[in-house]
Unconditional design. Structure first.
Length: 254
């Protein structure tokens, strides 16, 4: 009968085997420790980048809004606007002169202010009285009476009109003309105020496409989603504007 050799725990071979097993467990433990720490570092770096990018786009949007607020306050208190509004209710040669001066002033402002999409004055019933449109390409245009619209149901009118002297900032959405979403899509936010001395409301539309172009650049290296208060996505572009153009698009809460 052949004898079966058994490794004696006290032999050098058994000691070597135990040493190898111990080294394997140690190597596994060290490897796991290394990769656990590496994963934590990656997650931490991701969190830092997310916070940095969030702060960056927030600062850009806040900066745009603050600049628009300063511009709107200056425009709404300008004597030329008050003269134009008052003269429009008193037909005569003085009316033409006052409105021409206002027109020239507003056109000059919009020509040097590409950050803005529209500038308007709405009377106390929400009807556009004066309006300038600034297309992305081309010169700002003073709109004639046949192009003026009723905006009496818009929050940027009702909120500002009922809170005299206080600035109102609308949510970000797509610009709408005569009840239809403008194409190509034109993201905007509207600032409005009913200034002391006037019964109507001054409205300034911010052009937000450059902001969303910046967001798209960041999305090339970082997953970034922006949503409004209702959870509808404003970015990325492929999922955006469900609230206005495609209710089947997902919301952040979905």
């Amino acid at each position: 009968m052949k004898s079966i050799s058994v490794i004696n725990p006290r032999t050098p071979a058994s000691g070597l085997l135990l040493l190898i097993l111990a080294l394997m467990f140690l190597s596994f433990g060290l490897s796991r420790f290394y990769w656990d720490n590496k994963a934590r570092e990656v997650i931490k770096d991701f969190e830092v980048q997310a916070i940095d990018i969030s702060n960056l786009i927030t600062r850009e949007l806040v900066s745009n809004t603050h600049s628009a607020e300063d511009a709107l306050l200056g425009l709404s208190h300008a004597p030329l606007l008050h003269d134009g509004v008052n003269a429009s209710n008193d037909p005569g040669i003085s009316t033409v002169i006052a409105i021409d001066r206002l027109k020239e002033n507003w056109l000059s402002f919009m020509e040097v202010s590409p950050a803005y999409l529209q500038l308007r004055y709405l009377d106390n019933k929400g009807i556009e009285k004066f309006r300038i449109d600034a297309p992305e390409k081309g010169e700002p245009q003073w709109q004639g009476s046949d192009q003026l619209q009723d905006k009496s149901l818009k929050e940027y009118f009702t909120k500002a009109h009922s809170n005299k002297g206080k600035l109102y900032t609308s949510p970000i959405d797509l610009n709408v003309e005569r009840g239809v979403v403008q194409t190509p899509y034109t993201p905007t936010s509207r600032l409005s105020i009913s200034p002391t001395g006037l019964e109507g409301v001054v409205v300034l539309n911010i052009r937000l496409q450059p902001f969303f172009d910046r967001v798209a650049e960041l999305q090339e290296r970082f997953p970034l989603y922006i949503a409004n208060q209702e959870g509808y996505l404003l970015a990325p572009k492929a999922l955006a504007w469900g609230e206005q153009v495609d209710v089947d698009k997902p919301r952040l809460s979905d």
